[in-house]
Design a protein around this ligand. Structure first.
Ligand SMILES: O=C(O)CCC(=O)C(=O)O
Length: 229
């Protein structure tokens, strides 16, 4: 099955990402710098993950991701109407963290639906370091996991792990049931994550309000459009 059919039938697909393997170290260094420089509300330390928001303004190394043509093509397929970037964050799933609850990213009655989620693997995603799990075909189901499952962290029949090399790009329909699995390894699982939503939805990050002058000067027309500037 090609990636477009996988996204349509299974609700998610793994693509080669925009960063060639010989530039992954540079990206990982920029990721570390972004994590270290964030302050205040921009850094959130949750029960399993540390997240830093607004990667758009945290380095030119992240510019290619949210205008990557195969990613925008996935948006056209899933959102099917004019769209914009809603969020772009760094997420480190810390070592020895439990699985996340199975969930959907957006309810069907929301202005932010349909949503296209994406995850760029900064480290490889493996069964032991918390690879994202998906329930294939669940993006077509009317209910959410919380409607029918009592233990949302338990394994779900038919779930599959989206494992991939560093640099791989996971794209998924925000209605697909998914969540990270447990990171039982001794290392972090780093990723860049974001979402696109319909253009009239409410973005998680107000990119226009946060835009830094040094970011603005390097953005092309496509980036400005995607960021709704
Ligand atoms: O980090 C992952 O593997 C999945 C993250 C996710 O689904 C979320 O935070 O909504």
């Amino acid at each position: 099955m090609d990636a477009a059919s996988e996204l349509q039938e299974r609700g998610f697909a793994l693509l080669p990402g925009p960063v060639p393997s010989d530039r992954m170290e540079r990206l990982a260094n920029a990721y570390t710098a972004a994590m270290e420089s964030a302050t205040g509300d921009d850094i959130r330390v949750g029960s399993t993950s540390t997240k830093v928001s607004d990667l758009v303004n945290r380095g030119a190394e992240f510019d290619d991701l949210y205008v990557f043509p195969p990613l925008l093509e996935a948006c056209c397929r899933v959102i099917g109407q004019p769209f914009k970037l809603s969020s772009l964050l760094a997420r480190t799933l810390r070592p020895h963290s439990p699985a996340q609850e199975l969930h959907v990213d957006v309810r069907r009655d929301s202005a932010d639906w349909p949503l296209l989620g994406f995850i760029l693997m900064v480290d490889e995603f493996r069964p032991d370091n918390g690879a994202t799990r998906f329930v294939p075909g669940s993006h077509r189901w009317p209910g959410t996991p919380a409607d029918s499952i009592s233990d949302l962290r338990a394994e779900y029949d038919g779930q599959v792990l989206a494992c991939g090399n560093a640099g791989s790009l996971l794209v998924f329909n925000g209605s697909a049931w998914h969540g990270h699995t447990a990171n039982t390894s001794s290392g972090p699982r780093r990723s860049l994550q974001g979402a696109f939503i319909p253009r009239d939805g409410r973005a998680g990050t107000d990119f226009a309000a946060r835009m830094q002058p040094e970011t603005r000067v390097r953005l092309g027309p496509l980036a400005r459009h995607v960021l709704a500037l």
